[in-house]
Design a binder for this molecule. Structure first.
Ligand code: BES
Ligand code: MN
Ligand code: ZN
Length: 460
């Protein structure tokens, strides 16, 4: 079970009472007179996000009041209880009544206890929650643990999270579940025909590599996950401005989320043959860096002209997707922090996804909503495909103009997927720019929970 959950507390758990502006008067009526006065004196009226601890006569905490949105509110933040761990004094708690969605509230509580503690061991809220009856606490723990993994990997700065360290993290996960693991490192990438992964990663002193692990019964449906593992993105020679470079330790967010997803799939023992592919590179600047106008033959065959060395994510994914595609998986999913354009279009909290499989699209959208792991479909718009034309090669990695940048990136990747039965691409951000309930500032688990639930439904 995830650490904040506690099934057998030594002392009685303190009750957290959820109140809305509408339900508050009825809740107040049932409180002892002194408690009602205390709430009134503190101006508690069920305002969403407002938290008040009520004292008992002996000075201990009698119970906690917490405001959430009204049932019919235009927007109900189902993760609002995720703010509680940051507000409550140390102790063991339980929910006295059901917030809007008990399962998501419980998950939010766990997600809200996360702190990045690798370099500073303080600040972890010492709050525990006794799960309410009827919630599947094993599954909630599984999701919270996976989110913590993704967040830790993303938050770890690049000096401690290069291609080698990312491979180690993947191997640790593979070993834990008995998956078979291998990597192709450095010049071997050229020998084994991964020219684009090599081209992007070769200027770093930390060798590029392709991480590859497989798990599960080979007779089960083949689900392959591919994650962008750019451990730092300077932009290469088309160098990023300092403001843009400032969060580029998170450019392996696709890899982190693919690992989080893989962890959930393996832990839940879903009936799939899982394969995880992570091209892990550092997009660095050096004399041997790849350049604008360079042309490389890709693994799949088409020659790729480099319009911009900062469009490196699609390059490393192209070779990894080509490999994944070779064994015709039933479902091929890739994730990566691929474009600033996706943020311009939809902001940091709503990653776009792309697929031509209508059934899959509907299912992704439904699970995203149900899990409060928001995703929004954008089109693989065929008329823009020609924007990728190069005058001297088969394709250019960075169309000039920059219009519809997330779409053209998806169209670029689509050129490398021809044989998978179904393909899903998610252009994630992997980062929460400012803290929200259940979402502390920093690395974020995006799309992994929604896709895990989709896979659970299909392959339980
Ligand atoms: N890692 C970036 C995308 C990114 C930037 C994600 C900022 C989140 C925040 C990616 O490698 C990149 O630099 N993309 C370029 C592509 C362009 C050169 C075609 C971009 O989006 O500007
Ligand atoms: Mn880039
Ligand atoms: Zn990048």
């Amino acid at each position: 079970m995830h650490p904040p959950f506690e099934t057998a507390p030594a002392t009685a758990a303190i009750q957290i009472v959820f109140a809305t502006r509408t339900t508050w008067p009825d809740i107040a009526k049932d409180l002892p007179e002194a408690a009602r006065q205390f709430a009134a004196a503190n101006d508690f009226a069920g305002k969403p996000g407002k938290c008040l601890t009520l004292p008992a006569p002996d000075g201990k905490i009698a119970q906690v009041l917490f405001g959430i949105e009204d049932e019919g509110a235009k927007h109900r933040d189902l993760f609002r209880p995720g703010a509680l761990p940051g507000l409550l004094p140390p102790g063991v708690y339980r929910f006295a009544n059901a917030p809007h969605d008990l399962r998501l509230a419980t998950l939010a509580f766990a997600l809200g206890t996360y702190r990045f503690r690798r370099y500073r061991k303080d600040e972890q809220p010492d709050v525990r929650l006794v799960p309410s009856d009827g919630v599947d606490i094993a599954d909630i723990s599984r999701m919270a643990e996976a989110a913590a993994l993704a967040r830790d990997l993303i938050n770890t700065p690049s000096n401690d999270m290069g291609p080698g360290e990312l491979a180690q993290a993947a191997q640790q996960l593979a070993d834990r579940f008995g998956a078979s693991f291998s990597t192709i490192v450095g010049d071997d990438l050229v020998k084994q025909n991964f020219p684009l992964i090599h081209a992007v990663g070769m200027a770093s002193t930390r060798a590029p590599r392709l991480i590859d692990f497989s798990w599960g019964d080979p007779a089960h449906p083949k689900v392959t996950l591919v994650g962008k593992g750019v451990c730092f993105d300077t932009g290469g020679l088309d160098l990023k401005p300092s403001s843009g470079m400032l969060i580029m330790k998170k450019d392996m967010g696709g890899a982190a989320n693919v690992l989080a997803l893989a962890q959930m799939v393996m832990d839940a023992k879903l009936k799939v043959r899982l394969r995880v592919l992570i091209p892990a590179v550092e997009n660095a600047v050096a004399g041997n860096a790849f350049r604008p106008l360079d042309i490389f033959k890709s693994r799949k065959g088409p020659t790729v002209e480099i319009g911009n060395t900062d469009a490196e994510g699609r390059l490393v994914l192209a070779d990894a997707l080509a490999l994944a595609d070779e064994e015709k998986p039933d479902l091929l999913v890739d994730m990566g922090t691929l474009t600033g354009a996706a943020r311009v279009a939809l902001g940091p909290d709503l990653p776009p996804f792309y697929t031509n499989d209508e059934t899959l699209a509907g299912s992704v959208a439904a699970h995203a909503q149900r899990e409060n792991d928001p995703l929004w479909r954008l089109p693989l718009w065929p008329p823009y495909d020609s924007w990728l034309d190069s005058k001297v090669a088969d394709i250019n990695n960075a169309p000039s103009g920059g219009f519809a940048g997330s779409i053209t990136c998806a169209l670029f990747l689509q050129r490398f997927v021809t044989d998978a039965t179904s393909w899903l691409h998610v252009d994630i951000y992997g980062w929460t720019p400012s803290a929200k309930p259940a979402r502390p500032e920093g690395g974020e688990c995006q799309a992994a929970r929604a896709i895990y639930k989709l896979l659970s439904e299909r392959y339980a």
